[in-house]
Design a protein around this ligand. Structure first.
Ligand code: COA
Length: 261
């Protein structure tokens, strides 16, 4: 055991797992955890050896049960605001990471935990997963992008149902809503996330980064503008080494060897 708030493991070549590590507090997001996450994201963003990142929580009860409410108590408004600005910056970095990210959720993913998952490219859930934005019960509202990212992901009515009634949805429901790509038995969650990560290793890295950006940025842009982004990206990728290698490999009936160039 270690008291580091965030553990980093190289699971296999190209696949890094970041584990929120405070199981006795259901991995509640303390300031040190947010800072550790930013530190890791900054390092990963410029490390081409990392191809996929899996985020998960230590123990079997929670992914992350939200911001550390104990830190909120008696805080001066300026300190509270500083925490909010800092966590927003880190959540945005997670969303903008060049490499694909997968949130593997077992147990509670509440408040900031759910919001972190919404910044990832994919969510896989165990059947024990319980996702929600219960900040209203504290007299507060979400601050890590939840009101916006959840609404964009599932629409206004479902997002209102989850937030205004502080409803916790199950992993199965998250799958039905298209929030999670897969729901699996708790014991199979690690392997399920890994299988998704391994599939991602086969895609050319630059193409993956560009598609990820197109999906996120294009979603917020008018369709003709987003289509122009898309065409620019494709034309750029066509003239990369990997673009040419992919075409040659298909026609030669062999596996491509992508170099990230
Ligand atoms: N911040 C700080 N501590 C938290 C926490 C959070 N967000 N979520 C859980 N914990 C702590 C509890 O205080 C408790 O600590 P203790 O053992 O020292 O008393 C420990 O984690 C276990 O939680 P507990 O509440 O005893 O478990 P439970 O099974 O009864 O309930 C939850 C689980 C998730 C329903 C409940 O902990 C909860 O509602 N947490 C807050 C969720 C939330 O509002 N998140 C948004 C924050 S902005």
């Amino acid at each position: 055991m270690t008291d580091q708030p965030l553990l980093r493991n190289l699971v296999e070549p190209g696949i890094v797992r970041l584990t929120f590590n405070r199981p006795d507090k259901l991995n509640a997001l303390s300031t040190p955890a947010i800072r550790a996450l930013e530190h890791e994201l900054d390092a990963i963003a410029v490390d081409p050896a990392v191809r996929v990142v899996i985020l998960t929580g230590a123990g079997d009860r929670a992914f992350v049960a939200g911001a550390d409410i104990a830190e909120y108590r008696g805080n001066r408004t300026e300190a509270f605001a500083a925490y909010q600005f800092e966590s927003r910056r880190v959540f945005d970095k997670l969303e903008a990471l060049p490499q694909p990210t997968i949130a593997a959720i077992r147990g509670y993913a509440l408040g900031g935990g759910f919001e972190l998952a919404l910044c990832c490219d994919l969510i896989v859930c165990a059947t024990s997963a319980r996702l929600g934005l219960p900040e209203g019960q504290l007299g507060l509202s979400p601050g890590g992008g939840g009101t916006q990212r959840l609404t964009r992901a599932v629409g206004k009515i479902v997002a209102s149902d989850i937030m205004l009634g502080a409803r916790r949805i199950t992993g199965e429901r998250a799958f039905q809503l298209g929030l999670a790509v897969e729901v699996t038995a708790d014991e199979a969650l690690t392997e399920t996330a890994l299988a998704r990560a391994r599939a991602m290793l086969k895609i050319a890295p630059r193409a993956q980064t560009e598609m990820k950006r197109l999906i996120r940025q294009g979603f917020d842009a008018p369709l003709p503008v987003a289509q122009s982004f898309e065409q620019e990206v494709l034309l750029r990728l066509y003239s990369t080494e990997d673009g040419q290698e992919g075409i040659e490999a298909f026609l030669d009936k062999r596996q491509p060897e992508f170099k990230g160039k």
